[in-house]
Design a binder for this molecule. Structure first.
Ligand code: NAP
Ligand code: COA
Length: 274
């Protein structure tokens, strides 16, 4: 497991030092939307490091190529998840699939009152429609024993300022996850909810550009931001036989942030004895 001490290592190095068996996904085909960057890239690298044939789906061909260069044998599919026809063609090119991970997302913090209709639509259509589109496109290609893992966020059930579009869409994805877990069994459909993950574009803006790192760390019982491979390990687990009785679940990987609740600021301020 990645620890604070290995912060200088690359994402791929951390994934390669995983506690899972190196050949866990040998002979398996894994498709990752949003696999060209951030958490989706770490997820793709983790599956690749464990023997999977990995397919990356995202829009920008240059970023896809750079990501694929870190995973020999991986393949890329330049596609916007809002485009069902292109997704269908990409899924056909991937062929029989053992695991689909939906990590593609768009987000920008903005108050609801300042959000144009197009701004709302852009985020909701990428996150919610895009996830549904990918599920629909890959459904006929899912092999027996296959899994779908959707990446959500904790504000899907709490709400949060500046993310009404993303929060509403992630809440929809969470519900879609549970409905498909019911309708598609024995295909297992689960969600993973990352907390604040260091080095991602969103966290660079919040933690570094806006200087909020200390405040974010204080809101996490484990006292630090997460590493992308720590989210990837949750995805490996859910796609593995170790999770053979787990479906319709949401695995929260947030250092305890969600457990903190509204009394979090009291942490460390209560008397140690009575
Ligand atoms: P990121 O680095 O910005 O990556 C987003 C990925 O999605 C990129 O590969 C991007 O590639 C792709 N993408 C965006 N729009 C797309 C579209 N319309 N069609 C196809 N691909 C598209 O994001 P991240 O921060 O790692 O987040 C990854 C996931 O984790 C997201 O679902 C996010 O909501 C979730 N999450 C992140 C955090 C965090 O701390 N960062 C916390 C909680 C949840 P192109 O732009 O080239 O298409
Ligand atoms: N603040 C306010 N509004 C914004 C915005 C911002 N930072 N970025 C985009 N918008 C608005 C645009 O103004 C437009 O609305 P308008 O037509 O009323 O002006 C609408 O959103 C659509 O913008 P557009 O650039 O056409 O959308 P897109 O489909 O090309 O891009 C985004 C989608 C906006 C989500 C873009 O940020 C993106 O592709 N992000 C991917 C990476 C990402 O967000 N990573 C974080 C993952 S959690």
């Amino acid at each position: 497991m990645a620890e604070d001490g290995d912060a200088g290592r690359t994402t791929h190095q951390r994934a390669a030092s995983s506690p899972f068996r190196p050949d866990l996904f040998a002979g398996r085909t894994v498709a990752v939307t949003g696999g060209s960057s951030g958490i989706g890239l770490a997820i793709a690298q983790a599956f690749h490091a464990h023997g999977a044939e990995v397919h990356l789906l995202a829009r920008d061909p240059a970023r896809l190529a750079a990501a694929a260069a870190t995973m020999p044998g991986s393949r890329t599919h330049a596609v916007d998840v809002r485009d069902p026809d292109r997704l269908e063609a990409a899924a056909a090119a991937v062929g029989p699939t053992d695991a689909l991970v939906n990590a593609a997302a768009g987000n920008f913090p903005i108050p609801f009152d300042a959000m144009s209709r197009n701004a709302w639509q852009a985020v909701v259509s990428i996150v919610l429609d895009g996830t549904a589109n990918a599920c629909r496109a890959f459904r006929p290609r899912l092999r027996p024993g296959s899994t779908v893992t959707n990446i959500v966020a904790g504000y899907a059930w709490t709400g949060a300022p500046g993310v009404a579009h993303s929060g509403a869409a992630k809440a929809g994805v969470l519900n879609l996850t549970r409905s498909l877990a019911v309708e598609w069994a024995p295909v297992r459909v689960n969600a993973v909810s990352p907390g604040p993950i260091d080095g991602t574009e969103g966290m660079k803006r919040l933690a570094d550009d806006l200087g909020l790192r200390a405040g974010i760390e204080a809101a996490v019982p484990l006292g630090r931001l997460g590493h992308a491979p720590e989210v990837a390990f949750a995805c490996l687990y859910l796609a593995s036989p170790a999770a053979s009785y787990v479906t319709g679940a949401c695995l929260v990987v947030d250092g305890g942030m969600d457990a903190m609740g509204p009394f979090g600021p009291l942490l460390g301020r209560l008397p140690a004895t009575r």
